[in-house]
Design a protein around this ligand. Structure first.
Ligand SMILES: *[C@@H]1O[C@H](CO)[C@@H](O)[C@H](O)[C@H]1NC(C)=O
Ligand SMILES: *[C@@H]1O[C@H](CO)[C@@H](O)[C@H](O)[C@H]1NC(C)=O
Length: 270
């Protein structure tokens, strides 16, 4: 009786110390990934202990957690893996014996952005950590469209691009690279990421009518350029000139008509 009690006590304290010592650790900050590239989500046991005989699970934390990868009984188990991760996940088998249960995700998609749980379980112990990943995606090359003339003789331009994550900063720059005042950026979100649109009114700066629309994120930057010939600004003056003369002619016609009406009492179909 006594012997059994002592043995149990020893066994119990062994389990206690085992579980108190081991910890699952991962990155402190969230990870930045780039869509289309490979990513390693770090997760390992400290102090380094083989995880070969343990269960390793990677879950995506949503309202209902999704199974991303499962290793159990010395093999990867794909039966319950979430379809969107099929064929894109793996563990580093040689690293498992060093307690390294990091997950390789290849290639990363914008929709992979979110929180992941790495859970390591043994018969007598289990621990987990959360890894947050952010996925950057570079959108389409910006397109600049000339929309219309402004009342003051300027030209309205709009710069558009889609497929960004997160939303980029949109800047309008002059030929020297200085930012120009522009309208607020319009941002929309769809499944492929964010689409952005920003308008500006530019005027004839005589020497150089070269403008740039720049879209930038932490790791990406793209620019589009537009050159507006001074004749385009002059065309506005012509345009205004023509409408002013057209107005005068109309006015003239009305006045003439009224005079005629008064003089000869003619019927005028107005
Ligand atoms: C654990 O880490 C120590 C120090 O880095 C190293 O000497 C040892 O070989 C490692 N053990 C395993 C099982 O990888
Ligand atoms: C775990 O393995 C991956 C892949 O080989 C490696 O990049 C990472 O540095 C390893 N982590 C540790 C703590 O050894």
């Amino acid at each position: 009786m006594m012997v059994v009690g002592v043995t149990l006590l020893i066994f119990y304290s062994f389990m206690e110390s085992h579980s108190e010592q081991l910890k699952v650790v991962g990155p402190e900050a969230s990870l930045d990934a780039v869509a289309g590239e490979n990513l390693v989500l770090p997760c390992f046991i400290k102090p380094n202990t083989s995880a070969v005989d343990m269960t390793v699970e990677w879950l995506r934390l949503e309202e209902m957690p999704l199974l991303v990868h499962r290793y159990r009984d010395h093999a990867d188990r794909y039966e319950k893996q979430t379809p969107s991760y099929r064929g894109r996940t793996s563990l580093f088998k040689e690293e498992l014996q060093k307690g390294n249960a990091s997950l390789k995700l290849s290639p990363v998609r914008v929709s992979d952005e979110g929180e992941y749980k790495c859970l390591i379980e043994d018969k007598s112990w289990y621990d987990d950590i959360i890894v947050h990943i952010r996925v950057e995606a570079q959108g389409s090359h910006p397109v600049i469209t000339m929309e219309s003339y402004d009342n003051s003789g300027g030209v309205n331009l709009v710069c558009e691009s889609r497929g960004w994550n997160p939303e980029p900063d949109v800047l309008w720059l002059n030929s020297e690279g200085d930012p120009l005042p522009a309208e607020e950026t319009q941002i929309d979100r769809d499944t492929e990421g964010f689409s952005v649109k920003r308008r500006i009114t530019v005027h004839d700066y005589s020497d150089s009518n070269r403008f740039y629309c720049r879209l930038q994120q932490k790791h990406h930057m793209i620019e589009a350029e537009v050159i507006i010939n001074s004749k385009v600004f002059e065309a506005w003056k012509w345009d205004v000139g023509i409408s002013v003369s057209a107005c005068l002619i109309t006015l003239g016609a009305i006045i003439t008509a009224v005079i005629c009406y008064k003089k000869g009492n003619l019927k005028i179909p107005l």
